[in-house]
Write a protein that binds this ligand. Structure first.
Ligand code: GLU
Length: 282
C-alpha cells in the first residue's frame, strides 16, 4: 500500500516554526516514499478559526515549497460525517449527555478525600457525574461523553505502531485500565461544535485514507483515544509518527500564539525557505 500522510493545521493563528517543521517533515517523507501528502484544515472551532489565517496557511506552505492536491478537506464541511458517527455510537448506548460545567467538574474532583484531580490527555478526568444509559433520540446541542468502560467492553486488545518517538518506537499497547482510569469519559461532541477534536481527526484520517499520521509529540498520549474510536467505528488504525517539538531558545515548546516565530515574520525579514529548513534542522 502506498503511503499517504497529512498536515492538519487549525486556522486559529499564524503558522510558526513548529508547524513548518511538522509540515516539511510530512511532505519530505511523502516525497521520499513516492507517497501522497494531503492538507486538512481543522476548523471545527468556529469561534477561533479565521478565513484570513487559512489563507495565510496556504500562502506560507506554498512559499515553503510544499504542494498538495485540491480540494483541501475542511472540517467545517464534514458535520454530516461527524453526525453519522455520533448517531451510531448513540444507538449503541455508548454516549450520554453531560450538563456539568467546568466548575462542577472541578468541585467533584477536588473533594479532600479524592486528592488532586487526575489529568489525562483530554484534561481533568471526568468523575462520571452524568453517566447513565439514556434512551430515545440523540439530543441536539448537548455535550456528549463516551462511556469509556462500556465502549471497551466489546473491544479486544488494542495497539498502534509508533515509528517516531525513540522511547516508544514499535508496537504500543493501549490498555483498558489506562483508558478508564487515566483518560476516562471524554467529550465526543461539544455544544458549540457538534463534534470534538478526537472524533473529527479519526473520521477525517480514515476518510482521507491516511496510512501514516505525522504530528507533534504533544499528541502522543491522545493516540490511545484515537485507537479506541477507530476500533469502535470500524476504521483502520494508521501508523503513527510523533516528532519532537521545536522549542524556543529557553527550551520552552512553541505555543500556537508564539507569533514571534511566525513564518510570515521570517518571510518579511527576507529569510528564505532554506533558512527555515536550517532553523528546524531539516
Ligand atoms: N489540528 C491539530 C493542531 O493544529 C493537529 C491535529 C493532528 O495532527 O492530529 O494542533
Amino acid at each position: 500500500m502506498s503511503l499517504t500522510t497529512r498536515f492538519a493545521p487549525s486556522p486559529t493563528g499564524p503558522l510558526h516554526l513548529g508547524h513548518a517543521y511538522s509540515a516539511l517533515l510530512a511532505f519530505d517523507h511523502a516525497q521520499a516514499q513516492k507517497g501522497q501528502f494531503l492538507l486538512r484544515i481543522e476548523d471545527i472551532d468556529r469561534s477561533r478559526s479565521r478565513a484570513a489565517w487559512e489563507t495565510q496557511i496556504y500562502d506560507d506552505l506554498a512559499w515553503l515549497g510544499i504542494s498538495w492536491p485540491e480540494p483541501v478537506m475542511r472540517q467545517s464541511q464534514r458535520q454530516d460525517a461527524y453526525d453519522t458517527a455520533l448517531d451510531a455510537l448513540w444507538a449503541r448506548g455508548l454516549l450520554y449527555p453531560c450538563s456539568c460545567t467546568r466548575a462542577d467538574i472541578a468541585a467533584a474532583t477536588s473533594a479532600p478525600q479524592e486528592g488532586a484531580p487526575l489529568l489525562g490527555p483530554d484534561g481533568v478526568i471526568y468523575p462520571g457525574t452524568c453517566r447513565k444509559s439514556v434512551q430515545g433520540p440523540r439530543p441536539e446541542n448537548a455535550v456528549l461523553r463516551l462511556n469509556m468502560a462500556a465502549a471497551l467492553r466489546d473491544l479486544g486488545p488494542l495497539s498502534f505502531t509508533e515509528t517516531g518517538l525513540p522511547s516508544h518506537r514499535g508496537l504500543v499497547p493501549v490498555t483498558s485500565d489506562n483508558l478508564v482510569q487515566a483518560v476516562g469519559d471524554i467529550v465526543l461532541s461539544r455544544r458549540d461544535m457538534g463534534t470534538s477534536y478526537h472524533l473529527s481527526v479519526v473520521l477525517d484520517d480514515a476518510a482521507q485514507g491516511i496510512t501514516d499520521v505525522m504530528r507533534g509529540a504533544d499528541l502522543f498520549e491522545a493516540t490511545a483515544i484515537h485507537v479506541v474510536l477507530q476500533a469502535l467505528l470500524g476504521l483502520p488504525t494508521p501508523s503513527y509518527h510523533h516528532h519532537q517539538l521545536i522549542r524556543d531558545d529557553t527550551g520552552k515548546r512553541l505555543a500556537k500564539r508564539d507569533d514571534a516565530r511566525a513564518i510570515s515574520l521570517y518571510r518579511a525579514q527576507g529569510m528564505s525557505p532554506a533558512d527555515i529548513r536550517a532553523m528546524v534542522g531539516l
